[in-house]
Design a protein around this ligand. Structure first.
Ligand code: XIL
Length: 674
């Protein structure tokens, strides 16, 4: 789950001197500091204190390195950069280390496709990314939750008051009843605040009343019984980064007369169409949904020849179609979901498989990875989550293996996925990517170790004084497992917000800027031989954010933080023109003695059909990388439009049918230049 981290306004200004700040940070972050709720969990006592000595790199083991001065009182004093000691890992550990209980198991063949590797699965059912106990009646009766605020550094809440919601409370309903809750955001400084819901309950709508208010309309059913929370965020009319979040609680109970709850028809999870290469095995997972509770029964009235269609052994709501198409052509497959209680209630969807000849996927010219390696760079892609469970994995893996020599797991190494609950780990997906990379002689790029998004709830809810320990423990455990198989890491991802201030993340709130130092030091202590990057977006061209980014990198270097390079995300558009500035930024990184990585390039179409322009943008970014001796890798955020986080903007080099777009050929041509 991804959400902004909000906090409750403190009752009083905390003790400023106990908050660690680094000298250059004082002005820009003054406001944030004044608003910060608690003090950081930093290496406050100045001791180097790790008797085992195992995770303190020699070069930062400097007892003088801890700044205990209340520098806030003297904003004019300019001091030497203060190095940050690496605090020892928590002892005893804060959460359980990975154990044999977390070890992935070999998956049955029927669930995956031909990827050339033995596919692993999690040892148990997929873990929800929350450990919060279900809310109780006592929680509900304690009354509404206080508003939470996000206050950018540039906003003074005494001058600009936060938006709020008029007359909002909690609700009690019976399953089957229709609930309507009005959300009316107001601002005492005038103007009409915008708003958005964080996550709608399934089946609910957030109706726009077209008068500045919206209404949650929801008929909770059996599956919803319990206490649910629903959050809406209001945006300040003057500064949309200034936000107020209100969470309401809804208690849903079963009515005495269960027949008052309507039995709604089941649904099928939306199915895409797929392009398949003839003779490749197809695995298609189909999921049935029924808000009344019992899962629907799925049927395929006309099974393709030789196909099986069975309920998944581990996920009751999922059915798996497996077969190997042997003739080319379009194959529509009709799927029916039948209500488990009333078989007359059904839902139907048709998934279209386009089966094509193998020759349709043979690209002319040389493979990108061969060309790139003769130019001295890696070329790669971000791998779609569980690509080996997709109907088209045969094609996907074959093309990936032929064209690329570096891979980044797109989501598998994000903390909410890999460590969803304290002491619980899901390694199967990353292990599979590593195995795939090994089988195909590819490098793996680990992304990301420390980030503000895709965090598990247990981290978002952790107390600030344990967070540094959690961060170090996490970095240490992930790197301990993967240090020999993944050699490049985005140690910190997206440390800055769009205006260039340090992003007010859970990590920043607990440690100030020091979290970056500590993350890098810990990464080095655990995996001394890996390459450590700072990765961000919108920092490759001029602007407040890139200015702040380079200042940050310089501060890190002054403090001798072990950073090896900068990752430029580059999620851009086909009307992009600021190549000179990108060139400058690459050179600036090189001048700092660091390596350049293009980590997440994709080029969304600014206008439909703009594929020639898109090709030129790909070519020009590649050229800048090739022209910069310190540019080590050119990595795209996927390779087929079928699997892109910006699929609607067709940003990648192959189309949804795995056909080469002009961008593919443009990369080939550019790489082939002498
Ligand atoms: C994106 C993934 O592509 C999506 O599948 C996911 O839902 C959200 O994250 N910057 C990053 C990446 O560092 O991790 C993000 O990836 C894209 C932006």
């Amino acid at each position: 789950m991804t959400r902004i981290h909000f906090r409750t306004l403190p009752q009083q200004v905390p003790n400023e001197s106990s908050k660690r700040v680094t000298p250059k940070l004082r002005f820009s972050s003054m406001m944030l500091l004044l608003l910060a709720v608690t003090v950081g969990g930093c290496s406050g006592d100045g001791s180097t204190g790790n008797p085992a000595g195992e995770n303190i790199p020699g070069d930062v083991n400097d007892p003088g390195g801890v700044n205990t001065d209340p520098v806030l009182n003297d904003p004019d004093s300019v001091t030497d950069p203060v190095r940050v000691d690496l605090p020892p890992l928590p002892d005893p550990a804060l959460t359980q280390a990975p154990s044999s209980d977390d070890e992935p198991l070999l998956e049955a063949d029927i669930y995956n496709t031909a990827t050339g590797i033995p596919v692993l699965q999690e040892p148990g059912p997929r873990l929800p990314e929350t450990d919060s106990p279900a809310l109780t009646d006592a929680d509900f009766e304690a009354g509404p939750l206080p508003p939470q605020y996000q206050i950018p550094a540039s906003v003074d809440p005494d001058v600009n008051s936060a938006p709020y919601f008029d007359n909002l409370g909690d609700h009690d309903v019976f399953a089957g009843e229709i609930l309507e809750v009005l959300f009316k955001p107001l601002d005492s400084d005038g103007g009409l605040p915008g708003m958005y819901p964080e996550e709608l309950p399934e089946g609910a709508v957030f109706r726009d009343n077209l008068n500045g208010t919206k209404t949650l309309v929801w008929q909770p059913l059996q599956r919803d019984v319990g206490i649910r929370e629903f959050t809406v965020v209001a945006l300040d009319p003057l500064n949309s980064e200034y936000r107020t979040a209100r969470t309401i609680r809804i208690r849903i109970e079963l009515p005495q007369d269960l027949s008052t709850i309507p039995n709604v028809p089941p649904r099928l999870e939306e199915l895409e169409s797929y392009t398949i290469r003839v003779n490749d095995p197809v695995v298609l997972e189909i999921k049935g949904i029924d808000l009344n509770g019992p899962y629907p029964i799925l049927e395929i009235p006309e099974l393709p020849a030789g196909a099986t269609f069975n309920q998944h052994l581990r996920y009751e709501e999922v059915y798996v179609l497996k077969f190997t198409p042997v003739t080319v052509g379009t194959l529509p497959i009709e799927v029916i979901a039948r209500d488990a209680v009333d078989p007359s209630l059904t839902a139907t969807q048709t998934v279209e498989l386009v089966i094509r000849d193998a020759a349709d996927f043979v690209f002319t010219g040389q493979r990108l990875r061969d060309l790139a390696s003769s130019r001295g760079i890696n070329i790669g892609f971000a791998s779609r989550y569980e690509f080996y469970h997709r109907p088209d994995s045969g094609l996907y893996t074959d093309i990936a293996a032929k064209e690329f020599d570096i891979v980044t797991p797109e989501n598998a190494l994000k903390m909410d996925y890999i460590n969803p609950q304290p002491g619980r780990y899901q390694f199967a997906e990353t292990d599979n990517v590593v195995a795939f990379a090994n089988a195909n002689n590819m490098r793996v790029h680990g992304h990301p170790l420390v980030w503000h998004r895709q965090l598990p709830e247990w981290i978002e809810r952790s107390s600030e004084n344990t967070r540094q320990g959690h961060m170090q423990e996490y970095v240490h455990r992930i790197l301990s497992r993967y240090k020999d198989s993944i050699d490049i890491w985005d140690v910190v991802n997206e440390p800055l917000s769009d205006d260039g201030s340090l992003r007010d993340s859970v990590w920043y709130q607990a440690m100030g800027e020091d979290y970056i130092d500590i993350a890098f030091h810990q990464a080095k202590a655990t995996a001394p031989n890996s390459i450590r990057l700072l990765n961000d977006y919108d920092v490759a061209w001029r602007g407040a954010k890139s200015t702040a980014f380079f200042e940050l990198v310089e501060r890190l270097q002054q403090r001798e933080v072990p950073i090896d390079g900068v990752g430029f995300q580059l999620h851009i558009w086909s009307d992009f023109e600021r190549f000179d500035e990108v060139h400058e930024s690459f050179q600036r990184v090189a001048d700092l003695g660091l390596d350049v990585y293009v980590t997440e390039l994709d080029v969304s179409l600014s206008s439909e059909g703009d594929v020639q322009r898109q090709a030129e943008v790909y070519r020009d970014i590649l050229r800048l990388c090739l022209d910069q001796p310190r540019c080590k890798a050119f990595q795209m955020w996927g390779f087929t439009d079928q699997y892109s986080w910006r699929r609607n903007h067709a940003p990648l080099i192959l189309d949804t049918a795995y056909q080469a777009k002009p961008a593919y050929t443009a990369l080939q041509n550019e790489l082939a230049l002498p």
